[in-house]
Design a protein around this ligand. Structure first.
Ligand code: SF4
Length: 431
């Protein structure tokens, strides 16, 4: 049914934007810009009562990985003390508003870049400011992303003492050859040794990122990565098929013919299935399309807030978030883009977010757009089930994804959205 794979949630979001005829993100932002005073008006009012989080962005990395085009830059020469001060100033400023103080936050996420390029002392100061100025729920999930070389067991223990209870470590592969292709520091052996040390020392939630389908990846390399995910005792694994982003060093190397990269759907699918089924057979379950968890070990509250379009305070240069329904992009001290938001579009994005979790229940899915779309969604689910992508869950009105369904998960989500939009339009036309 599908010929080109949407590899990420962002690909599916783009598919949705096309379906809605919506202007591209940056055009949309420019068309609907609002002054910061619109956010301040929200901040002076009571909170909505919905789950809420904080996203803190640290765009610096020691070295840039060859495949990466995230919002990051080399740390070289950056004044990290000044950056720490900027983040703390933003935390303090937000903390003064009633909207912030009157409801506890459920998740804090330090992303990047590599947040742990900040020293233990710098990160501790930020965490202290958070505890002092922002009400955090008792079970607040506090995640820090890191590369391995920026996070030893001592630093992890010091951050855990300040409330960090979840680490997300970018490993990508334990294969020496693969690490070289992807531009990772360390050997695979050292990566494994450090991961095991961290697992032993840190009692909170530990997740890692793995990339599959990188140039010339053998099934043996892939199988070994899967076995280590199981044996190392990590709680969750985010697994991504390598994306070649224009502008990355790897894309340039492929273009110049220095790196050979031949990948077709079957080759990618074989690697996906091998990795996915290996972990599922070892007790992992699907949390979202690109994340497998040991049951009960990683709630990942942050992603729920993000997909539900809940409030996320954006802090730091390059942080995106939203307050009271207004999307905000923080660029630098004193420079932020605010757009007006669109409740009608948000319903479709929330439906797309729900579909990331891989559970297809027409009644539940219809609640985002109203009962009139339930039949259209239900018929599409039946069709996708007939094609082997969805499997009915016994004694339930819901379907789960087959391994092929997980592989095509973002394409399937867009198909269901297409059916929902058609049903919604049909219902409106009949009014
Ligand atoms: S993958 Fe992570 S560590 Fe590597 S350049 Fe990108 S943000 Fe930095």
């Amino acid at each position: 049914m599908f010929t080109e794979r949407f590899r990420s949630h962002h690909d599916a979001e783009h598919g949705l934007e096309v379906l809605l005829g919506k202007p591209k993100g940056h055009v949309q932002r420019l068309l609907s810009m609002k002054p910061w005073s619109a956010v301040e008006a929200k901040l002076r009012n009571p909170p909505s009562g919905k789950a809420r989080g904080i996203y803190i962005h640290v765009p610096h990395c020691d070295t840039l990985c060859r495949f990466c085009n995230l919002n990051r830059k080399e740390r070289k020469g950056a004044d990290m003390d000044a950056y720490t001060g900027y983040i703390i100033k933003e935390i303090n400023a937000y903390g003064a508003y009633p909207y912030i103080r009157e409801q506890a936050f459920n998740a804090v996420y330090f992303g990047g870049g590599t947040p742990t390029v900040l020293s233990t002392a710098q990160l501790s100061r930020i965490l202290e400011a958070l505890h002092e100025h922002i009400p955090l729920a008792e079970d607040c999930e506090i995640t820090v992303e890191s590369t391995q070389h920026n996070l030893g067991t001592e630093k992890a223990a010091a951050l855990a003492a300040k409330g960090v209870n979840r680490f997300s470590i970018g490993i990508q592969t334990f294969s020496d050859r693969g690490r070289k292709v992807l531009g990772r520091t360390y050997s695979g052996e050292k990566a494994l040794e450090d991961l095991c040390a961290l697992r032993t020392a840190f009692k909170g939630t530990l997740g890692i990122d793995i990339i599959y389908s990188y140039p010339d990846q053998s099934i043996e390399e892939l199988a070994r990565d899967g076995e280590i995910c199981v044996s190392s005792g990590v709680d969750s694994v985010s697994f991504y098929s390598l994306m070649i982003h224009q502008g990355s060093a790897l894309a340039a190397s492929i273009d110049r013919g220095e790196t050979r990269f031949v990948r077709d759907i079957q080759w990618d699918r074989e690697r996906h299935h091998r990795f996915y089924t290996g972990l599922v057979e070892s007790g992992f379950t699907l949390l979202e399309l690109s994340k497998l968890v040991r049951p009960g070990k990683d709630a990942y509250q942050y992603i729920h807030i993000q997909y539900e379009k809940g409030d996320l305070l954006p802090i730091g240069s390059g942080a995106g978030g939203r307050i009271g329904g207004l999307p905000i992009y923080s660029m630098a001290p004193g420079r932020r883009f605010v757009s007006s938001g669109n409740e009608a579009y948000d319903r479709y994005y929330r439906l797309l977010g729900e579909l990331q979790f891989g559970l297809y229940d027409p009644v539940r899915l219809a609640r985002f757009l109203g009962p009139a779309v339930e039949k259209g969604i239900s018929e599409k689910i039946q069709e996708l089930s007939g094609l082997g992508y969805l499997v009915p869950i016994p004694q339930s009105s819901a379907w789960s994804l087959s391994p092929d369904g997980v592989f095509w998960g973002n394409n399937i989500a867009v198909e269901v959205l297409k059916a929902a939009i058609a049903a919604k339009q049909g219902a409106l036309a009949n009014v």
